[in-house]
Design a binder for this molecule. Structure first.
Ligand code: HEC
Length: 205
């Protein structure tokens, strides 16, 4: 205020230019102070904004969903998530598998299958001596075209794949059964089925 007359007035030489410089300095200072203030405001506003925007992300579901299959141990579930295409190989687990535990698992099948030598076909074919047998080979059972046409024998890994999820292995099969997701159940059951034979197939190497 004190200096106001200087810059309204006609531009004089020495003194006035000094005064103008001084004014410029304080204007610069104001500009800088203003800029700092604005920067501060932007920073805190963007902080608040980031918080607001950030929150929904935290609430979103995990992008990587881990499928937990019926009561499997965590390790097995993780394996499934990493390789959703199907089960890992079973051959290495058969030597240590427990056929009598497998017999208990086979109760899930007996509504549709008999397991004894010469047992009747039910909803599904008799399963005596099925390990190593050609697919779709039981006389008098009317298989689906999908299974009949599939080809090959029921080796250990074929049974493993089929029992894991029948319709994934033979799409169009008439076996209406969801499958056994637990590796130990499949290993024990296949070891039991192997024992149901006059001359059981050799265990895999
Ligand atoms: C709801 C009835 C049903 C249940 C439960 C069932 N199956 Fe089957 N299964 C069938 C039918 C039907 C077929 C014939 C499928 C086809 O022709 O496509 C079959 C076919 C099979 C075959 C192929 C046999 C061959 O001669 O080619 C095997 C092996 C088999 N089942 C094993 C099992 C096991 C082990 C279980 C229990 C974990 C089981 N199934 C549970 C109905 C069933």
């Amino acid at each position: 205020m004190v200096r106001a007359p200087h810059h309204i007035g006609v531009r004089r030489t020495d003194n006035s230019s000094e005064a103008t410089l001084h004014d410029m300095d304080s204007m610069e200072f104001n500009k800088i102070a203003g800029a700092v203030l604005v920067a501060g405001l932007i920073a805190s506003a963007s902080g608040i904004l980031a918080n607001l925007l950030g929150q929904p992300h935290e609430l979103e579901a995990n992008v990587y969903q881990v499928a937990i299959a019926d009561g499997d141990a965590g390790g097995a579930a993780t394996q499934e998530a990493a390789a959703p295409a199907g089960p890992g190989p079973i051959s290495g687990l058969l030597a240590a598998a427990d056929p009598s535990a497998g017999e208990k698992v086979s109760r899930k099948c007996t509504a549709c299958h008999s397991f004894d030598d010469g047992g009747a076909n039910k909803v599904g074919p008799n399963l005596w001596d099925v390990v190593g047998r050609a697919k779709g080979a039981v006389d008098g059972f009317s298989y689906s075209d999908a299974l009949k046409g599939f080809g090959g024998n029921w080796g250990y890994e074929e049974l493993n794949l089929f029992l894991y999820r029948p319709k994934d292995y033979i799409s169009g099969t008439s076996m209406s059964y969801g499958g056994l997701r637990k590796e130990a159940d499949r290993a024990n059951l296949i070891a039991y089925m192997r024992s149901l034979s006059g001359s059981p197939q050799p265990l895999p190497e």
